[in-house]
Design a protein around this ligand. Structure first.
Ligand SMILES: *Cc1c(COP(=O)(O)O)cnc(C)c1O
Length: 422
């Protein structure tokens, strides 16, 4: 499918007149529609709730929009918990899915009344110590099935090589210990494949977790109150890629629920998700201006954005589609490497990409940067984090995070010993 930007050249120019590039911009209407489509897809399950993976887009304005659409927050660190708290997301609206958890993080999650998702069996004792033995009434446990995880003939991932979760035996042991301490209800969680583009990932994962829920109930007598399918539903970064159909995914999970859980009388289990990418990626763009062109052994386009603003291409070789605003219908008769200015040759947003002829000053949109985009930013080479902008349904826009300044960059250094001019 042809990828189009939610920004026109005209709108981009209007914004850039006030907020210079580079910046990340988010499409509020798209985000709200996506949250509603997800809710509809799981409306057959009365307890359904999406806990948005805060790490994907840790901006309180975004979290607030999602809260208004009924979503909670999936947090994995102290600061992510503070972000949730700041937008009024507390108690069971928070899923705390952490690993290698520091004590203060666990204590904060407990104080907020979050659902705590334990990554390891040894964390039962950790939780017991932190809570003075007053463990929560409901606790979630993260499962690692080991081996490989396949859909049909395709190996999706290798859980046996993953650091997360615990074995089934360890889960049963953790449940027994927690029940002795007073925990009454249990959730089970697993994240077995990332950025999947098949509609069968969630149904297959759900089937595995539903069967596990039955075995754990039979082994321990515990009440399983929810199954957390975590993240992993992907998006079509490439125009020719298939796109997940969330209605079909929801129906697939319902099919497994009805055939596995309902006959066991376990039809009070709520389904939770912790989607990040699926919720936000398509509704964010990185907007950047062409600063330079160079002609050596290849043709290069140099942007005012770099990998510090969007790490995925440098880190994973990820494809992000590029639209040259105002040249949407021009023929793609030029081949460019599109780069940032880091002193790292992997700072390339695109390699040998067919694009229309590009001129200095053109405005480029990098697609699908709404999740794991800004949030993976860093300060290498003294590059500063960009602004974030919200495009509202009525076409107006709001700065929801200003760009970093040199003073922000120096803020953690000792200003009494060194003077930094701005
Ligand atoms: C990263 C992560 C998610 C979100 O993953 P997406 O691929 O963005 O959907 C959810 N839960 C946990 C525990 C994660 O680590």
């Amino acid at each position: 499918m042809k990828k189009t930007s939610f920004l026109t050249l005209e709108k981009a120019r209007e914004i850039i007149a006030q907020i210079p590039t580079p910046f990340h911009i988010y499409d509020e209407a798209g985000i709200r529609q996506r949250a509603r489509d997800l809710k509809d897809a799981f409306s057959w399950n009365p307890g359904f709730k999406e806990y948005f993976a805060v790490k994907a887009t840790p901006n309180p304005y975004i979290l607030k929009i999602l809260k208004e659409e009924g979503c909670g927050c999936d947090c994995s660190s102290y600061t992510e918990l503070l972000l949730a708290e700041a937008v009024g997301v507390t108690g069971h609206e928070i899923m705390f899915s952490s690993n290698v958890t520091p004590e203060e993080d666990m204590r904060k999650a407990y104080t907020l009344g979050a659902y705590i998702n334990l990554d390891d069996a040894t964390h039962v004792e950790f939780l017991e110590r932190i809570t003075g033995g007053k463990v929560p009434e409901t606790v979630c446990l993260r499962y690692n099935p080991g081996g490989s995880f396949s859909l049909g003939n395709t190996i999706m991932d290798m859980p046996r090589d993953a650091k997360y979760g615990m074995t089934e035996d360890q889960m049963a042991g953790a449940i027994n210990r927690l029940m002795a301490l007073g925990t009454k209800h249990f959730g089970i969680h697993a994240f077995l494949a990332s950025n999947t583009t098949t509609n069968e990932y969630y149904p297959q994962l759900a089937a595995n977790l539903f069967r596990l829920a039955i075995r754990l109930r039979n082994a321990t007598g515990a009440h399983i109150s929810f199954v957390n399918l975590s993240g992993g539903v992907g998006v079509d970064y490439r125009p020719e890629q298939p796109c997940c159909d969330i209605a079909a995914i929801g129906a697939g999970v319902q099919r497994e629920y009805n055939s596995i859980l309902v006959p066991q009388g376990m039809d009070d289990i709520a389904i939770y998700t912790e989607l990040g990418r699926f919720m936000l990626a398509p509704f964010g763009h990185l907007v950047s201006t062409v600063l330079h062109q160079k002609h050596i052994y290849r043709e290069y386009i140099g942007l005012d954005a770099c990998a510090a603003n969007l790490m995925r291409p440098a880190m994973y070789g990820s494809y992000h589609h590029i639209t040259v605003l105002g040249k949407e219908d021009a023929i793609l008769d030029h081949v460019y490497d599109v780069t940032g200015g880091l002193c790292e040759n992997n700072d390339k947003f695109a390699i040998e990409r067919s694009l229309p002829e590009i001129d200095i000053g053109d405005i480029l949109v990098l697609h699908d940067t709404g999740a794991h985009g800004f949030s993976m930013g860093y300060n290498y080479n003294g590059k500063l984090r960009s602004a974030e902008v919200l495009l509202k349904p009525d076409g107006s826009f709001q700065l929801i995070r200003r760009a970093e300044t040199p003073q922000d960059y120096f803020a953690t250094l000792d200003g009494t010993q060194f003077h930094f001019s701005s």
